[in-house]
Design a protein around this ligand. Structure first.
Ligand SMILES: C[S@@+](CC[C@H](N)C(=O)[O-])C[C@H]1O[C@@H](n2cnc3c(N)ncnc32)[C@H](O)[C@@H]1O
Length: 205
């Protein structure tokens, strides 16, 4: 069974930012690594589910023409909205995944600290929707805490091979630390092959 909604509601009842995402250097460094790993300078349209208080959203907004961020918990949505209020390219909505996956396609989908809350069938549905929603050559990012937690159904090292086995994606980044795993994938083109690498796109090779 996936981590129940009551867990998240309870977390936000106790604190506006229950994981201290807006203040911890650990989180800021990880968010900076996440956006530094994006292989494209600019993105047209990003989907960032589970945005919590919007700390990663603020960084994604610097690289994207549009960001749709969402969270399942209303107070988190309100906080993220307030923190991104000056950024017209950002929309924050309340959506519970996977059932309320938004319409449309994206060239960037960011699954940061989310997948370990899902049981296997739900996780697989979220991943299938993420790949389906990605445009050809679009970027999928996945980041996961790597230590056991009672409310987590998997660690980063356990999730990494699941993502690596997804059809239709080529891996661009596989960054491992003891504390977290960060992977970046590119959606294969219509011909089923990987696009040129970044150095080739920049004329370096
Ligand atoms: C640990 S926080 C991660 C926040 C942020 N993505 C980050 O990387 O720091 C997990 C967030 O996922 C949200 N969440 C959990 N399950 C969700 C679901 N099924 N749909 C949407 N949001 C969900 C929670 O409400 C919580 O805000």
């Amino acid at each position: 069974m996936s981590t129940p909604s009551s867990y998240f509601d309870e977390m936000y009842r106790g604190a506006e930012d229950p994981w201290h995402l807006a203040e911890r250097w650990y989180e800021h460094r990880k968010y900076d690594l996440t956006v530094a790993s994006l292989p494209r300078r600019r993105y047209r349209s990003c989907f960032e589910p589970a945005c919590s208080v919007g700390e990663l959203t603020l960084r994604l907004a610097e690289r994207c023409d549009r960001v749709l961020a969402c969270d399942r918990v209303a107070p988190a949505v309100e906080t993220a909205r307030a923190r991104t209020a000056g950024l017209p390219q950002v929309t924050v909505a309340r959506h519970v995944l996977p059932g309320e996956w938004p319409e449309g396609s994206f060239d960037l989908v960011v699954l940061s600290e989310l997948l370990y809350y899902f049981d296997e069938p739900t996780r697989d549905e979220v991943l299938a929707r993420a790949v389906d929603a990605l445009e050809p050559a679009g970027t999928l990012v996945a980041v996961h805490w790597n230590h056991p937690v009672p409310e987590h159904l998997a660690t980063g090292d356990e999730l990494a091979p699941v993502l690596a086995a997804l059809p239709g994606l080529a891996r661009v980044v596989d960054h491992r630390e003891d504390d977290f795993v960060l992977q970046v994938f590119e959606r294969l083109g219509a011909d089923g092959g990987p696009g040129p690498g970044l150095a080739a796109r920049e004329g370096l090779v």
